[in-house]
Design a protein around this ligand. Structure first.
Ligand code: 6PG
Length: 484
């Protein structure tokens, strides 16, 4: 078989199929393969017809059709299928060939696979691909990491198919070693969860407290989308609110209020706990989905657990501005926490990451794309060692301006019994982060009281630990100090 294709893609599902068409439209020849070959036939006789796309009917034919170094992109379900394909491919490939995983794999799996595939003389890239069906076809955000030696061969294809920002820069750059590409994609998804939940909370306050209709809310989101909240998720929220069911009523009102999730948000929360990063807002967004899923329990509880009936007296338009400020400020906190997590991982795993470049990759193409990310890029370009996004002058000023409205929203929501877990997690983080003194002195005293866990003193040097015999009944032995 003649080597005719620049790249091969395994997995002709929604993302794979659209990525292949995107690659072909940018002038690359592509071989498509799927374990169930009927999908290959359907594709080559359907959307791929007449295009520079070759459908392989066996894995051998697939490999034989690829130009060297061979680039094989897996667009299959995360988990076992990726490992199975790696095992199938290894004996068929030659040194220097490249396996790319473009699914939502968990980053420790990618870390492991990079090492394993490299040990076989091949190269491995684990890449985040975001943007859904339309993004895959017209320009996704692509976040590759793994074997750096593979990047030069893959770069022309990935940067050609990626979304572009206004000046033409692609939303695709090399992220770093090991599983860093999938790590960054995981945090992207966590941020996606946070952004969505924040929008959902403003929606519920508008609906239940201000008594607004879907049409009224649609106008507000459309208006917000013209300003600094401009983003894909605000835009689709406005579209969704405007969408009518066959009977002319808003479809959104008829959708069951139980959220699904595929796991990337949960991973973000779990890894944050492992790294010791206070990723409170994203964690709350995952828990909000979990709580929403307890529909039957909630319905039963709603009959016995009473609370205030939401009411609103006052200036509605002014309160909607407060809601906008609350959403914006909480969003800044969410991204600040997400970046803290990426920074902590870089330290933990020894990755050299460019934070401005990551913001640029999210600027277009992906689900969290927004003009806001352009500002994050500016902040990290100005100060690559920025410790926390909220310390950047632009975001600091924004938060300080927004905080009065943000506080009014949290207070009103709590008084009216409307849950705002993410908007309030944001302000709690903000107030905690800006506190020179937190009550952890008491906590340390409690730990020392019941377990002789020791404490440091304000008037002593850091690293010197004390134990007090609080009751007069304890011994002099103290527990060792160690951190987790
Ligand atoms: C993307 C998305 C995508 C994710 C879906 C569904 O960047 O294109 O993040 O990767 O799978 O958004 O996620 P949940 O089912 O967990 O909501």
């Amino acid at each position: 078989m003649e080597a005719i294709s620049d790249i091969g893609v395994i997995g002709i599902a929604v993302m794979g199929e659209n990525l292949i068409l995107n690659m072909e439209s940018k002038g690359f020849s592509v071989t498509a393969y799927n374990r169930s070959v009927d999908k290959v036939e359907k594709f080559v006789n359907g959307r791929a017809k007449g295009k520079n796309i070759f459908g392989a009917m066996s894995i051998e034919e697939f490999i034989g059709s690829l130009k060297r170094p061979r680039k094989v992109m897996l667009m299959v379900k995360a988990g076992r299928p990726v490992d199975d394909f790696i095992e199938t491919l290894i004996p068929l490939l030659e040194p220097g060939d490249i396996i790319i995983d473009g699914g939502n794999s968990h980053f420790p799996d990618t870390e492991r696979r990079v090492k394993y595939v490299e040990s076989k003389g091949l190269l491995y890239i684990g890449t985040g691909v975001s943007g859904g069906e339309e993004g895959a076809l017209l320009g996704p955000s692509i976040m590759p990491g793994g074997s750096k030696a593979a990047w030069e061969s893959v770069k022309p294809i990935f940067q050609a198919i990626a979304a572009k920002v206004e000046d033409g820069s692609p939303c695709c750059e090399w992220i770093g070693d090991g599983g860093s590409g999938h790590f960054v994609k995981m945090v992207h998804n966590g941020i996606e969860y946070g952004d969505m939940q924040l929008i959902n909370e403003t929606y519920q306050v508008m609906k239940d407290m201000l008594g607004m209709s879907a049409d009224d809310m649609q106008k507000v989101f459309a208006e917000w989308n013209k300003g600094e909240l401009n983003s894909y998720l605000i835009e689709i929220t406005s579209d969704i609110l405007a969408f009518k069911d066959e009977d002319g009523a808003p479809l959104v009102d008829k959708i069951l209020d139980t959220a699904g999730q595929k796991g990337t948000g949960k991973w973000t929360g779990t890894v944050a706990l492992e790294l010791g990063v206070p990723l409170t807002l994203i964690a709350e967004s995952v828990f909000s989905r979990c709580l929403s899923a307890l529909k039957d329990e909630r319905v039963a509880a709603s009959k016995v657990l009473t609370g205030p009936t939401p009411t609103f007296e006052g200036d509605k338009a002014a309160f909607i501005n407060d809601l906008r400020d609350a959403l914006y400020a909480a969003k800044v906190i969410s991204y600040a926490q997400g970046y803290q997590m990426i920074q902590a991982a870089a330290l933990e795993y020894g990755w050299q990451l460019d934070y401005g470049s990551i913001a640029l990759m999210w600027r277009e193409g992906c689900i969290i794309r927004s003009s806001f990310l352009g500002k994050i890029k500016e902040a990290f370009d100005k100060n690559p060692a920025l410790q926390n996004l909220i310390l950047d002058d632009f975001f600091k000023d924004k938060i300080l301006q927004a905080q009065a409205g943000w506080r009014r929203v949290v207070a009103a929501a709590v008084l009216n019994g409307i849950p705002v877990p993410c908007i309030s997690a944001g302000i709690n983080y903000f107030d905690g982060y800006r506190s020179a003194r937190l009550p952890a002195n008491l906590l340390q005293a409690q730990r020392d009281y019941f377990g002789a866990h020791t404490y440091e003193r304000l008037d002593g040097p850091r690293g010197q630990f004390f134990h007090t015999n609080w009751t007069g009944r304890g011994g002099e032995t103290s527990s060792t100090t160690y951190g987790v």
